[in-house]
Ligand binder design. Structure first.
Ligand code: MN
Length: 152
């Protein structure tokens, strides 16, 4: 997205799409487990030291269960679902804001019948996500609610 200063929502669809913004795979590699997620990079580079992405999780889908030293600032734009943040499972609806602190396990899941679309702001320079080891997964699953929620 260069040249213009404003990009309107694409009019032919009710979904969150923007002109000149390609819809990408959620992750570059398929080494991390996830299901039915797309990624659009809305702002990055230049004088901004951050990147603003829009992720959309299809009904029943989920992002990767992960943690990392960088933080996320999230705003839900569409649909609803839940997210795990540390030891809490939060219900998510449109316009909710979620802050994911450093080194906290997190995962987003769409509701069964509707997608979950959210903006996610990150630093441009950031570490790679880490997946839970078998020991860490067992520790997470010690909480029955978390065991029922997480997808790996
Ligand atoms: Mn993350």
């Amino acid at each position: 997205m260069t040249g213009n200063s404003i990009f309107r929502p694409a009019e032919e669809t009710a979904t969150c799409r923007w002109s000149e913004v390609p819809v990408l795979a959620y992750k570059e590699t398929d080494s991390a487990p996830f299901r039915e997620v797309t990624r659009q990079v809305l702002f990055e580079g230049g004088p901004l030291a951050c990147q603003l992405r829009y992720f959309e999780v299809a009904p029943g889908g989920h992002t990767t269960l992960e943690r990392h030293a960088h933080v996320h600032g999230v705003m839900v734009l569409r649909g609803h679902g839940h997210c795990l943040v540390g030891d809490r499972i939060l219900s998510l609806a449109t316009q909710d804001l979620v802050y994911i602190p450093a080194l906290i396990w997190h995962q987003f899941r769409a509701a069964a019948e509707v997608p979950l679309g959210f903006l996610c702001m990150v630093n441009t320079e950031r570490d790679r996500p880490e997946l839970p080891s078998p020991i860490e997964l067992a520790a997470l699953r010690a909480d029955p609610a978390i065991a029922a929620f997480i997808q790996t």
